[in-house]
Every structure is written in structure tokens, then in C-alpha cells.
Ligand binder design. Structure first.
Ligand code: AMP
Ligand code: GLY
Length: 425
């Protein structure tokens, strides 16, 4: 199959690596990619959010499938433009992508579909926001309504900080939300417009420092599977969250073909949705896809063509996968970029270890860091202990001045099978 993958981050690199592992040989092109992607497949220079540029490329190359990685092109309507050419696209149209692009749209869909989520009030002026903050009380949760590149949410006990955050984003409106407490789970579903097919759950680490301290980030690491969710967890989320959401979107004319990312929190009162995304999660994809068995390209094409009933349900190996993100000095506030990276090949020589590139470029034959989150060191093994040992050994082999990463990804305290039933053990 001839596949065009749009995007330039670790998510797209992980998608491409998994497509390359299919039995079927694919002809993959990435746009614009990064240095790691370019080492695996041909890349072309192109702004993935520019619909005209993407259409021109698709007309030239006529791929069998276009996979849209990030949210920005989806919200910009790039999937609509490619679909209009009659080419199958994995990624929802602009209207359905509002599930990620507008938190108030997502809340309305959930309400109509009867999907459990936190109570929320939308505010478009600061006095409205302050009144809602006082009604809900601390801890305060304030979310920018639109896309905010991972910077839109604050959870704080400090009322002044909550008001300041609301003030910063009030132009696009904010949601003030009930605080929810519990373990967070990311669960992805392939969606074909009417049907869904679950992937395997993962957990993301959002805070920059060990023990969930410090600033919120795009994600500093992840692991999969989650030994502490029950056997019926995936089916429950499918039946109570994903399927009703996709059905509601179809009913209102916003058919969703692509990846439905369910960001969930398991509260004492049950499962609640904290957010939806319209694309694969980063870094969770880096630990979910290496465990996927069978043909990945076939699944993506079936979802894009509205026929998930014609392919087998995704199956997953029982192996443990972890990813640790290596970030530039200063991330997330002020990442220092342009520094040279060494040792990637040496890290990948370790059994079970692969290095997925998030923000890298090739400059005169040197690999350099071009963003905040730079690399993902992924390890797959029979136990989390072995996967952790391999991933951190990989990190030891990689050089990047000023680099920082978390030391506690998939630590024993988080992967215990009794985490939910015995949270303080
Ligand atoms: P989001 O960008 O919606 O994923 O939010 C970022 C992070 O903020 C989530 O992963 C949670 O850790 C936290 N968060 C979001 N909504 C809530 C909530 N209602 N209660 C508690 N924490 C939340
Ligand atoms: N890891 C969080 C996200 O992809 O939104």
C-alpha cells in the first residue's frame, strides 16, 4: 500500500515504525517528518496544515491512504480536502475534529450521548469565570476552549493562578470544570464513522518531574498495558464512552473516521472523560503500537473506508512497553534547542530498545535537537522491570547537553496490579 503520513513528531515516527513492521510491504512517504523519520522512509518538505499543499502532493502521488498525525491539520480541514479527492484518509473531517478543537463542543456531544464527564461551565467573560470558580471551589480546573498546544489546562489550589489562566485564554472562552481525582488512562479507538475498535490502554505522565511534580507537559513518558484495570475495562469504555460518542457524531452529521483518543479518569464514582482528542496520543502511541499484532495498515485503511467490520479486532501482545521522553534543557518553559545528539545507534543496539524521534533535524551530518521533547527511548520486554532497565540503559547511551527526563516511568508503585483497589499500598 502507498501511504502518505502527515506530521513531524514522535507519534508519526511511531506510526511509521509500526507500518514498517507489517508483513505487507508499504511504500511510505512522510511530510514533513524529522531526522528519525527520514532515516526510515522518504520525506518531502511540506506544511501539513496547508490544505492546498497537501492536495497538490496527493494529486501528484495518488497514495492509497493518507494518515493525518497531528490535530492542527485536522482542525484546519486537511482531511476534508483530501477526502474530496476520493482518497481514503485516516483522520476526521474538520467538523468532527471539533471533538478535540473545542472543549465546549465535546461537552455538548457527551451530554447528548449520555457519556460520563465532569460538570463544567463555559465562561466568555472574566466575571463569569470567577463566579464559576467560586461555585466549584478549589482545586480549580480551568481549560481554554480551543486548541492551546498542551498549554490550555491548569489545575490549581491557587485562586489567583486560576483567574490569571482564565484571563489569558478568555478571548477563546474557557471551561471551568469540576475537579476529578483518580488514576488517568488513555484509551484509543479506531473509528470508521459508525463502529469503533479498541486499542490497548496506556498511562501518560504529564508532569515534568518525578512523583508528578512540576509543570504540566505534553507527556514525559508512558507505559502499556495497565495491569491494574479490570478485564472488562476496555469493553466498558467502548460501550459507555466511545461507541455512544461516535454514534452521536454520526447522528448529527459529523461522521468521525480516524482515532478517537479517550482521556479518562477513574474516580471513586466511576469512569469520567476528561478530554477527547481526534488523533493518536503522544507519547502513548509509542507504547501501544509496538504491542499491536497483525497488520496495522489494513486496520487504518479499513477505518478510513468505513469498514472496520471487515477486519479482525486489534490484538495485543502481553509484553510490557515503556517510553521515556528525553527533553531539552528548559522544557517546558523555554527549551534550548540546536544542541547535538549522540549515541542513538548505540541505544538501539540494546535488545528491545528503539529510539523514536520527536524533534530532531539533520544539520551537516549532525543530529540536532529542534524542540522541547526531543527523543523517546522505548523498550519492550516481558516485565516492566526489564523494560525499565532497558529504556534507562538506552538513555545512558545518548548524549544531549542539558537533557532531562523522568526517572520513575512505569515504576513498580504505578504498575502494581492492585493500584486501584489498594491505592496507598
Ligand atoms: P487535558 O489537556 O484536558 O488532558 O488536561 C491536562 C491534564 O489536566 C489532565 O491530564 C489531567 O491531569 C488534568 N485535568 C484535566 N481535567 C481535570 C479535572 N476535571 N480534574 C482534575 N484534573 C484534570
Ligand atoms: N499525551 C497527551 C496527548 O497526546 O494529548
Amino acid at each position: 500500500m502507498k501511504i502518505l503520513v502527515l506530521g513531524s513528531g514522535a507519534r508519526e515516527h511511531a506510526i511509521i515504525r509500526r507500518l514498517l513492521a507489517d508483513q505487507t510491504t508499504h511504500e511510505i512517504v512522510a511530510a514533513p517528518g524529522n531526522a528519525g523519520i527520514a532515516a526510515d522512509v522518504p520525506v518531502i518538505t511540506l506544511d501539513a496544515s496547508n490544505g492546498d499543499a497537501v492536495v497538490a502532493q496527493v494529486e501528484r502521488d495518488r497514495p492509497d491512504l493518507v494518515v493525518v498525525g497531528p490535530e492542527a491539520p485536522l482542525v484546519a480541514g486537511v482531511a476534508d480536502a483530501v477526502r474530496a479527492l476520493g482518497v481514503p484518509v485516516f483522520g476526521p473531517d474538520r467538523d468532527a475534529a471539533r471533538l478535540e478543537g473545542s472543549k465546549s463542543f465535546a461537552k455538548r456531544v457527551m451530554e447528548a450521548a449520555g457519556v460520563p464527564t465532569g460538570r463544567a461551565v463555559r465562561a466568555s467573560t472574566l466575571p463569569e469565570a470567577e463566579a464559576a470558580l467560586d461555585e466549584f471551589g478549589a482545586p480549580y480546573v480551568v481549560k481554554a476552549d480551543g486548541l492551546a498546544a498542551g498549554k490550555g489546562v491548569i489545575v490549581t489550589d491557587d485562586r489567583d493562578a486560576a483567574v490569571a489562566h482564565a484571563s489569558r485564554w478568555i478571548d477563546q472562552s474557557v471551561l471551568i470544570e469540576e475537579f476529578l481525582s483518580g488514576q488517568e488512562v488513555s484509551l484509543f479507538f479506531l473509528a470508521d464513522g459508525t463502529r469503533v475498535a479498541p486499542l490497548s490502554p496506556a498511562q501518560d505522565y504529564k508532569r515534568v518531574d518525578d512523583d508528578d511534580r512540576g509543570a504540566n507537559t505534553g507527556g514525559m513518558g508512558a507505559y502499556s498495558p495497565l495491569p491494574w484495570v479490570g478485564d472488562d475495562f476496555v469493553a466498558q469504555v467502548r460501550d459507555e464512552v466511545a461507541q455512544p460518542t461516535i454514534a452521536q457524531l454520526a447522528e448529527q452529521g459529523d461522521e468521525f473516521r480516524g482515532l478517537l483518543y479517550c482521556g479518562l479518569i477513574i474516580t471513586p464514582k466511576g469512569i469520567r472523560v476528561i478530554e477527547f482528542n481526534a488523533r493518536f496520543g503522544d507519547p502513548e502511541t509509542q507504547v501501544v503500537l509496538p504491542r499491536l499484532e497483525g497488520e496495522f495498515g489494513e486496520l487504518l485503511l479499513a477505518a478510513a473506508e468505513g469498514r472496520l467490520d471487515s477486519v479482525p479486532e486489534p490484538r495485543f501482545s502481553p509484553q510490557r512497553a515503556i517510553t521515556v521522553v528525553m527533553a531539552s534543557e528548559g522544557y517546558p518553559e523555554q527549551p534550548l534547542t540546536g544542541r547535538v545528539i549522540t549515541g542513538v545507534d548505540a541505544a538501539e543496539q540494546l535488545p528491545g530498545v528503539s529510539v523514536i524521534h520527536a524533534a530532531t533535524a539533520d544539520e551537516n551530518g549532525h543530529l540536532i535537537a529542534t524542540g522541547g521533547r526531543v527523543l523517546n527511548v522505548v523498550a519492550v520486554a516481558d516485565t516492566f522491570e526489564a523494560a525499565r532497565a532497558a529504556a534507562y540503559a538506552g538513555i545512558e547511551r545518548i548524549g544531549l547537553e542539558g537533557e532531562h527526563h523522568r526517572g520513575d516511568i512505569a515504576a513498580a508503585s504505578r504498575t502494581r496490579a492492585d493500584l486501584l483497589t489498594n491505592p496507598n499500598a
